[in-house]
Write a protein that binds this ligand. Structure first.
Ligand code: 5GP
Ligand code: ZN
Length: 113
């Protein structure tokens, strides 16, 4: 998707503070962190949102979640962290390229709801 900001990050066309990449996903710090540690895990492939997922995506999304957890630990979130996926207009999604938010810090996060 030529006009997708996360596709551009995946292609190296715009910079991001990358913390991980492989042939199917990457992780980078959120430009506007909502917690002391806040990074995003995205697939390289353009998938607009969680609502577009099909059964074929399950292995990829599973590996993304495993990687999110590994990276959370590496980022120092040994006492816990929050994962979040916003989906669609009513889910508060702003960037229409699937991403898992990972948030945390030294203190407990406030209640999300
Ligand atoms: P959403 O609301 O779609 O779940 O979250 C999108 C997230 O992407 C937001 O937390 C926002 O700060 C982050 N974001 C938007 N544009 C950029 C960017 O160009 N670079 C990085 N690193 N994060 C971005
Ligand atoms: Zn994209």
């Amino acid at each position: 998707m030529s006009d997708c900001i996360f596709c551009k990050i995946a292609a190296g066309e715009i910079p991001a503070k990358l913390i991980y990449q492989d042939d199917e996903m990457l992780a980078f710090h959120d430009i506007k962190p909502a917690a002391p540690v806040h990074f995003l895990v995205i697939p390289r492939a353009h998938i607009a949102s969680c609502a577009e997922l099909t059964a074929g995506h399950a292995p990829l999304v599973g590996r993304m979640l495993v990687k999110a957890s590994e990276l959370a630990r590496e980022q120092g979130l040994t006492e816990g962290f929050r994962t979040l996926i916003n989906t669609g207009r009513n889910g508060g999604q702003e960037v229409y390229h699937l991403h898992i938010h990972v948030l945390g810090g030294p203190q407990p996060l406030g209640a999300p709801f």
